[in-house]
Design a protein. Sequence first.
Length: 66
Amino acid sequence: MIYKVSYVIRNHPHPGAIMDLEEMPKVGDTVTLGGTRFVLVEVMELMPARGDFGFYHATCEPLEEE
C-alpha cells in the first residue's frame, strides 16, 4: 500500500509537503523536510483507502534536539 501524506508544520515557516510513504505514518514518527527534522504530533486518515492508496494528514512540529 502507498500512503499519500499531507504534512502541515506548526510553529515553523516551512510550507509543509505531500509525500508518498510505504509505511503508515504514526504519532511520534520523525520526518526530514528541507533539511529540518520534525515530529508528527497528530495523524488522521482523510478518507478510506482506495485500491492501494491511503490518504492521511499529519501535523508536525520542529523536533527539539536533545
